[in-house]
Ligand binder design. Structure first.
Ligand SMILES: Nc1ncnc2c1ncn2[C@@H]1O[C@H](COP(=O)(O)OP(=O)(O)OP(=O)(O)O)[C@@H](O)[C@H]1O
Length: 304
């Protein structure tokens, strides 16, 4: 559904400003029918990539195909729904009037238009009293829901959402997660960026991690987290003086009897040490890293 290869983009903002390389090498493919999470720290290049996909910016080099077409071609946007990070709408309209405006742009009218609006609003849990209030009175979360609801009005095959969960409370985030899952069940491919990694971990079929304008990890959440060094937590029913500890083993916070082994070698050394010292091992947990752990590791790597 989306093919991006060796994408590069530099911003040339002002006469005296140095050019800013926002994307140095971005390659990823989004298969049809998946939920694809795009994650990375602030300034990594997520919004730039999304603006390039939607044709709002022009690439310097590389390949982009959206539904088989370059983003400069109108065909690439025929089956696309898009909600930007900070949607800007005419704020003297009410939410419902805004939906009617966008619905008409998609060629809907009369009862089919009203039915479609009802469907989109209820999917985003936005069929509330406030939908008939002017947008200028909306909270960030209300605006976010309306932004996503307008993006799905045309029943697109591909939905691109820039930070759809930002500004939402836990209930709002759950509503958006459920809306994404429900649309995906109906066959919609969803590409979205997010800082909320626990949400990304829960709903994404695949994830790309961008750091410093480059894709550093890509794959399923399992691919990404299982290929990263895991920690082992060993619980020992005795106190151990710090000085005796083997390499790469440290206590877990202030818990005196839980020991964190950084990798499998450290775990084996520690178990060997406990057995030789007659220290009773109660249990051991294998802690798989989260996406947040992996991203933190990648950011640290990029900074060195
Ligand atoms: N219009 C612009 N002119 C100059 N530099 C820009 C412009 N837009 C973005 N940049 C720079 O390009 C880089 C990538 O920005 P981008 O907005 O794509 O990051 P992001 O990953 O979406 O960040 P965030 O998570 O904070 O939204 C940043 O260094 C940013 O400062």
């Amino acid at each position: 559904m989306i093919e991006v290869e060796n994408l590069q983009k530099t911003y040339h903002s002002g006469f005296f400003m140095r050019p800013k390389k926002a994307l140095t090498d971005v390659t990823f493919h989004v298969p049809k029918g998946v939920i694809y999470g795009f994650i990375g720290p602030n300034g990594a290049g997520k919004s730039t990539t999304i603006k390039l996909l939607t044709g709002l910016l022009r690439k310097d080099s590389g390949k982009i195909l959206v539904a088989g077409f370059e983003p400069s071609k109108v065909e690439s946007r025929k089956h696309l729904g898009y909600s930007p990070e900070q949607p800007y709408f005419y704020d003297y309209l009410t939410g419902r009037e805004l939906m009617r405006f966008y619905g008409r742009l998609c060629g809907l009218d009369g009862k089919p238009l009203e039915d479609r609006i009802t469907w989109a609003l209820s999917l985003l849990n936005a069929d509330k009293d406030w939908i008939d209030r002017r947008l200028r009175t909306y909270s960030k979360g209300m605006m976010q829901r309306v932004g996503i609801a307008q993006a799905i009005l045309s029943k697109p095959e591909l939905l691109i959402l820039d930070e759809p969960m930002s500004g939402l409370d836990p209930v709002g985030r759950k509503d958006v997660r459920e809306a994404i899952l429900s649309l995906n069940k109906e066959g919609v491919t969803v590409f979205y960026s997010s800082h909320l990694l626990s949400d990304v971990e829960t709903i994404s079929h695949r994830v790309a991690m961008v750091v410093g304008g480059k894709i550093v990890r890509e794959g399923t959440v399992d691919d990404i987290t299982l290929n990263t060094s895991a920690e082992y937590h060993v619980h020992v029913a005795a106190d151990i003086p710090d000085a005796d500890l083997p390499q790469d083993v440290k206590p877990q916070g202030t818990t005196p009897r839980e020991w964190v082994c950084k990798n499998a070698e450290a775990r084996d050394r520690f178990i060997d040490f406990c057995l030789k010292s007659g220290l009773p091992i109660e249990r051991m947990e294998h802690q798989r890293p989260s996406l947040e752990d992996v991203l933190t590791e990648e950011i640290a790597r990029a900074e060195h």
